[in-house]
Design a protein around this ligand. Structure first.
Ligand code: HAM
Length: 418
């Protein structure tokens, strides 16, 4: 029997992992510049944590969780997202006691039992940040700015943020009533299940992908009609901060997000190349969540970015694809050069240049072939004359260009030829 990766999961193969590492490194480097510190949480948590945070009517809790009873009879769930576990840990370890504001970042697998398609998997990977402890619109602006800077750094020219405010509980209650009133005659003709789903969470009618529902929702009330003064002021101040930071955004009333914990600001960055799963990332403010999980009222905001989706969207013109995996393959042209080839590879690595050499006593021709196969940028050849003069023949494999370099100048020579 030949095993396969379970449906909706995928392996990251050696030929792809450098693209993942590039995103992960870039994200970690960027968020640390803003003072975020990494948090790592377990792969599974008490099921109740997600039920309480994401909301019982959310798609995640109602149909997507990987939940099981462990051998001790506890209900546990593979984490479907990173916010609730981060907050659980923040509360458990009293991180809020030492600092008024905590800036956390994470890199995590998430598990959601979804129908797999391009950009949607049962095991996916997120990069995320949570800025815990500030009610200021500057906090929302920081999270959004950081998100946009990340996408710009990895090669998206002009990521546009889709921005909305969901207001507070009262706003949402009024808005829900208004939506249900607008949709009432359409809902009458729907199946009992669809009707029940819409009634449980009418906001989701707004971000439905169905053309029929989109047409039906035309002319419905907008949440902005119901925003309270504080929410309106917050939203306006956020937009001013984004203008000040030169971030391009569009106010998008259809962005309602799929998790129940949001208050006021919500946002996404989308990419057309993703097709139906157009959200590259999603985030927003969640001022009630910490209290709901047993902590003191603590205003917070965060975002999570899908790694797979960023990679798909970047695929078309991905510079990292062109980056060789190996800088130098050191070729011993005759038996007497083998020790020296090993030594040269060691020296290059200590100069920060990736290098390999033959382990299997391959012939000269086979070694050069191997360098090609490994997609090395250079073959560095040590023959008898090179050994005697402490030089190396540098062959750039992309075009066959060849020069001689002294051992001392080699790092500079390779840099110049790259
Ligand atoms: P989310 O919108 O559920 O938000 O997920 C954020 C991002 O994770 C999505 O925009 C997408 O890029 C990626 N993602 C989610 N599910 C999948 C999947 N099945 N397959 C591939 N990619 C996926 C959250 O998870 C919130 N915790 C974000 C947040 C942080 N809000 C505040 N702080």
């Amino acid at each position: 029997m030949q095993f396969q990766a379970p449906r909706g999961t995928h392996d990251v193969l050696p030929s792809e992992s450098h693209r993942w590492q590039y995103l992960e490194r870039t994200f970690a480097g960027l968020v640390e510049l803003y003072g975020y510190r990494e948090i790592r949480t377990p792969a599974f948590e008490d099921t109740e944590l997600f039920v309480r945070s994401s909301g019982e009517t959310s798609d995640i809790v109602s149909k997507q969780m990987y939940t099981f009873i462990d051998k001790g009879g506890r209900s546990v769930t593979l984490k479907p997202e990173g916010t609730a576990p981060s907050i659980r840990s923040y509360l458990e370890h009293h991180l809020g006691d030492a600092n008024q504001i905590n800036r956390l970042w994470y890199q995590t697998q998430i598990f959601r039992y979804e129908r797999p398609q391009k950009g949607r998997y049962r095991e996916a990977h997120q990069l995320g940040i949570e800025l815990i402890g500030s009610p200021s619109p500057l906090a929302d602006a920081e999270v959004i700015e950081l998100t946009v800077r990340f996408y710009q750094t990895i090669g998206f020219e002009k990521p546009t943020v889709l921005l909305n405010s969901l207001g507070r509980e009262q706003t949402r209650a009024q808005f829900r009533t208004a939506i249900l009133k607008h949709a009432a005659s359409w809902l009458k003709d729907q199946s009992e299940e669809d009707r029940a789903r819409a009634e449980r969470n009418p906001l989701r009618l707004l971000d439905s992908k169905s053309p029929e529902i989109q047409a039906m929702m035309q002319g419905s009330a907008q949440i902005s009609d119901f925003l309270e003064d504080d929410s309106r002021d917050h939203f306006r101040a956020l937009q001013n901060h984004l203008d000040g930071a030169g971030i391009s955004y569009r106010v998008a009333p259809e962005i309602v997000r799929g998790l129940d914990y949001y208050t006021d600001t919500v946002f996404e960055v989308q990419s057309e190349s993703l097709g139906a799963q157009s959200a590259l990332c999603g985030g927003g403010r969640y001022d009630n969540l910490i209290e709901q999980l047993g902590g003191p009222p603590t205003a917070s905001v965060g975002v999570a970015l899908g790694i797979e989706r960023a990679l798909i969207a970047l695929e078309a013109d991905d510079e990292q694809n062109q980056t060789p995996l190996l800088e130098a393959y050191v070729v011993a042209a005759f038996e007497g050069a083998r020790c020296d080839a090993l030594q040269l590879a060691r020296e290059l690595r200590s100069d920060g240049i990736s290098a390999q050499c033959d382990l299997d006593r391959l012939s000269l021709r086979a070694q050069v072939k191997q360098a090609d196969k490994l997609q090395a940028r250079f073959a560095l050849i040590i023959g008898e004359s090179e050994l005697a003069s402490r030089t190396v023949t540098v062959k750039r494999l992309a075009d066959g260009h060849q020069i001689s370099s002294s051992r001392e100048d080699l790092p500079a020579t390779l840099k110049a030829l790259s």
